[in-house]
Design a protein around this ligand. Sequence first.
Ligand code: SAH
Length: 280
Amino acid sequence: MNNHTWNVLRVTLPEELKEPVEAVLYENGCIGITDEAGILTAYFPSDANTGTIIDALSVFDGVRAEAGVIEEQDWYASWKEQFVPFVAEGLVICPPWREYETKSGEKLLILDPGQAFGTGDHVTTRTMLRMLRSWIAGQANVSGKRLLDLGTGTGVLTIAAYLYGLRDITAVDIEHQAVETAARNFELNGLKDKIRLLEGRVDKAGTGYDIILANIFLEALLGVMPAMASALNPGGCLAVSGLLSGQEGAVMDAAKSLGLEQVEMAEETGWVSLRFLAPR
Ligand code: SAH
């Protein structure tokens, strides 16, 4: 991880635009945001085109963004400092540079965000974990079920699924850097050869899944809805997130036309997650 550079955007904005602006940043490949006194610093891999992202932000009134490049060492230390172990849905998510002694009943998930999205504490990730867990609670034979984690990023949902008892898991991402990060995290959790990890699109993953998790943004989600619907087993579950409030209608319509039944909608701090079931 030495001698890496990162693209950063420093964004000044009115408080009420924080959620939509963060969503646009994430949609454009942002992997982490820090907020200091209302000024956002958004981090992007070195191949990100910050000019395009500044253009995308120009639709917002009163938002000013400035691009820069920084050496990894400059911020990685403070980023590391800020990432402390936290509890999410029965798991303790902990970076590899911290010591954590699990108490009884706790399951440890080691996560190095690397150049992929988030530390696992984003509201959309947490909602996916919750939806996964509640689906598992209704299953008789969890280890025999097949899960697809589409847009695995750091691999956090896949590792969680394994810790929850699933054994047949496929993780897919279109970004090479995400796949590398996920591979490292699988290894950190002792899952090196236990997960099918694929770089590419949804069609690479094949079909026959009991549950599909897709925490990706609206346009990408709409593009993969038909493929996900046909990759589900009868009665299978599809949980999606990454939608901003107001964007859910388009996904609901797509799901309906594909014969999926909506069974849940969750909304928190401007983000929407949905859960569907395939017909039996
Ligand atoms: N699943 C993780 C990461 C979500 S970030 C979590 O819930 O926290 C979304 C990821 O989806 C990114 O890594 C991005 O590269 C990937 N992605 C976006 N569009 C995709 C597509 N069409 N197919 C596969 N992966 C995609």
